[in-house]
Write a protein that binds this ligand. Structure first.
Ligand code: NDP
Length: 444
């Protein structure tokens, strides 16, 4: 058995009941095989064994008082996976599905994604099984304070810098930041995605979605194509989805679908993003309301956005939302490119199918790295006590996405897998981290 296969097997044996973590490790280690199985230095230094074991996994109780005066108890997590190239960095997710397996898959992927950004940040992830849906501002506030009461012991501007993810936007980051400041007495860049009045970066909100479109643009160029005139299916209606749709539309594409966890819309005339902004970002409502803005649109509670005939698909909601049968439907409808805005939205067999059919495929860890890259730019601004203009940040983001594409593309070519950005992104992200780990000695 090859080195990479042995490590995959040991991860499965040692971490029972963690399917998402197994899936992420298998995907990454399989594509690293041409590198790690060809050079004994990696096995000699136990690089893979050290990479698949988080530095620490913190789990804690989050008790909070709801509006009726009842005590609720949630579980909090912070998985600090690897800090070989910089302080731990990765989002906080608030969603009922959150468990250790999902935290570990996200933290593991984050190591390579952060490495690809070219910026000095390590990998981590955190969150809670708390469901923010339907909660009052007061309940969100109480949860955030309780969550930070434990989390603040483990984070810091040079230690671990969390950010937003599903269910964590500007409101939650604000409450978390206020709690951290009060508990530690420190005013420092310990969280990113902050409001502009207290250290946030312009363009952070837009960064993941815009970055995705910048990356897919580079990929489309290799086929002499662009977003102009293309029909696009977007899933999700949150932070990533909204700004991916906005940038794709600005580049001349027509976005015809969006979704949330209760249903999805099809608007043949192109989704009205002002309406989405109002429903999702202002009212925190459901997509079902979109019909009030565009009576000619369709709202569905069954099926998926992937059944619509489009040129480009951008899954931007959550993990494992695009399976093999969705991939077959998209391909039979003539899809030419898929760009992952969410983390691990496609099942492995769906990815293999796209690649086997010659569909251009942009994997999450490269394509959605714009968010964390801009978070790292927020950290730089905080350290300098400066704020850059929107254009400055957007320009840097754009350059970073082009550089990520070039790194992934050339690593794929070197590995004999020209055009396979899944392989390229994993290898390019891995090499820098592995070098740093080896250089820092066997105990890290
Ligand atoms: P948001 O919470 O802003 O939006 C998530 C969207 O996806 C919502 O429309 C939500 O619907 C929908 N959704 C979430 N879970 C499910 C589910 N289980 N089934 C169906 N729909 C679901 O999150 P983000 O936009 O920030 O994150 C989306 C994805 O992008 C995640 O995978 C995240 O890890 C990834 N990502 C985010 C980054 C960021 O900067 N925010 C950076 C890199 C990756 P509803 O409104 O009903 O909850």
């Amino acid at each position: 058995m090859k080195y990479s296969e042995r490590v995959i097997q040991s991860v499965i044996d040692k971490n029972p009941g963690q399917p998402e973590f197994h899936q992420a490790v298998k995907e990454v280690l399989t594509s690293l095989s041409p590198v790690v199985d060809a050079d004994p230095v990696y096995e000699k230094n136990a690089v893979l064994e050290r990479l698949v074991e988080p530095d620490r996994q913190i789990m804690f109780k989050v008790p909070w008082l709801d509006d009726k005066g009842n005590i609720q108890v949630n579980r909090g997590f912070r998985v600090q996976f690897n800090n070989a190239i910089g302080p731990y960095k990765g989002g906080l997710r608030l969603h009922p599905s959150v468990n250790l397996s999902i935290m570990k898959f996200l933290g593991f992927e984050q190591i390579f994604k952060n490495s690809l950004t070219t910026l000095p940040i390590g990998g981590a992830k955190g969150g809670s099984d708390f469901d923010p849906k339907g909660k009052s501002d007061n309940e969100i506030f109480k949860f955030c304070v309780s969550f930070m009461t434990e989390l603040h012991k483990y984070i810091g501007a040079d230690v671990d810098v969390p950010a937003g993810d599903i269910g964590v936007g500007a409101r939650e980051i604000g409450y978390l930041y206020g709690a951290y400041k009060r508990m530690t007495g420190k005013y420092e860049g310990v969280l990113t995605g902050k409001g502009l009045s207290y250290g946030g970066s312009l363009a952070r909100k837009e960064a993941t979605g815009y970055g995705l479109v910048y990356f897919v643009t580079e990929m489309l160029k290799t086929a002499g194509s662009s977003f102009a005139g293309k029909t696009v299916a977007v899933s999700g209606a949150g932070n990533v989805a909204i700004y991916a749709a906005e940038k794709a539309t600005a580049l001349g594409a027509k976005v015809v679908t969006m979704s949330d966890s209760t249903g999805w819309i099809y608007d043949k005339d192109g989704v009205d993003l002002k309406a989405i902004h109002e429903i999702k970002e202002v009212k925190r409502g459901r997509l079902a309301e979109y019909k009030n803005y565009r009576p000619s649109s369709e709202y569905h509670t069954s099926g998926k956005v992937w059944q619509v005939k489009v040129d480009i698909a951008l899954p931007c909601a959550t993990q494992n939302e695009l399976d093999l049968s969705d991939a077959k439907t998209l391909v039979s409808n003539g899809v030419m490119a898929v760009g992952e805005g969410a983390n691990m939205p496609s099942y492995p067999d769906a990815i293999d199918y796209f690649i086997s059919k010659g569909v251009l495929f942009a994997p999450a860890k490269a394509a959605n790295a714009g968010g964390v890259a801009t978070s790292a730019l927020e950290m730089s601004q905080n350290s300098q006590r400066l704020s850059w203009t929107f254009e400055e940040v957007d320009e840097k983001l754009h350059a970073i996405m082009i550089s990520i594409f070039n790194q992934a593309s050339s690593a794929a070519e070197k590995a004999g897998a020209k055009g396979n950005l899944v392989v390229g992104a994993n290898i390019a992200g891995f090499l820098k981290v592995a070098d740093a780990m080896i250089a820092q000695g066997p105990q890290y």
